[in-house]
Design a protein around this ligand. Sequence first.
Ligand SMILES: N[C@@H](CCC(=O)N[C@@H](CS)C(=O)NCC(=O)O)C(=O)O
Length: 393
Amino acid sequence: MILAAFVNMVFNVDNMNDPIGIVVMNNLSMSLIQKNNGLCNCLLFMAMLFLVACDSSSEFGGNSLVSSRTKVDVQGDGTTLAAIRQRGHIRCGVSTSLPGFSAPDSQGNWSGLDVDFCRVLSAAIFADPTRIVFIPLNAKERFDALQAGEIDILSRNTSWTYTRDIPQHLNFVGITFYDGQGFLVRRDAAINTPEDLNGAAICVKGNTTSEQNLVAYFRQRNMIYQPVIFDTSDQSLSGFEAGRCSALSADRSALASMRLNLKNPGSAVLLPMVISKEPLGPVIREGDNQWHKITRWTFFAILNAEEFGITSENIDGFKHSNNPMISRLMGEEDSLGQNLGLDDLWAYHAVKLVGNYGEIFERNLGMNSPIKISRGVNNLWTNGGLQYGPPLR
Ligand SMILES: N[C@@H](CCC(=O)N[C@@H](CS)C(=O)NCC(=O)O)C(=O)O
């Protein structure tokens, strides 16, 4: 029931928009010490001293605010931006090829939502969206490459999960695309629900949440299936096309993209059923708070820009605005960029040179792109979606 409700919320299925049969997805520094109140400051300061003095277990297992702060790992803080500046470019880990998210053209020029996120960062840091080396990584290699410091950020349709966040010590930037897992089947196969796949062979890519979700989904329903596991999406698509399985299972956005690479895209349909939550977003190593804040606030800046109606085209018309939030985004008030270790025109450059979130979405995945995914749940909260940038206050 809950999953069904989520699914409805995430993907409004609209067959009407679907001339070729694919079901399109529609849809601490703790400022305890206040500036103006001397007495209050003094009392708070004394209270903090008291907390420190009384917290005998502060380092190991104490649960006071003070003790948890002492455990924050600040090793490596600031090192990523410094390395990027010295090197002159960002190393951005992407999918090997997933049109709409990241794929190179015949000249080796990369495009896609995940690619554009790295471009936004490059614009924010260098006032130039091209200072990036894209490093294609398959699902298995991606976290090792990040942990080994071979990339500064992994922007590769990666699902935010507890295991990746906590035991694997990664930091997710945010959710740049709300997704869910689905199934691609041959149009003439008479498969309408995952239940019709009981006992069937299913092609799936290894080292992905897709592989894990299938195990859980079939186990919960006392059903069986035969996994046919591949290393890359090209291989899994070829396996599906060659008839090695009855269905190909992956993130629905990936399936919508991969389907277009079939020799005859009309021969396959994407089932409407969604079996998981896949919050996709860029991810970095733990330990560099500055880099975490730069990446996530750059994402929030392009979300806020969309909310304010600021686009790459019209941004210069927003100079000298009466709205303080817009002035901050434009770099005219309160030095938001400098506080991140960047230029105050950081967000201005990101939007001007790459675009706001909506522009990036539409260009790469939207209804006028080959992938044809409507904004749906990836719309701004002001339009009924889940995308919500915390305020630039
Ligand atoms: N979101 C899932 C799946 C990610 C994934 O690797 N999906 C495949 C789709 S089959 C893909 O992106 N392939 C592109 C490639 O191989 O480069 C995860 O984080 O584990």
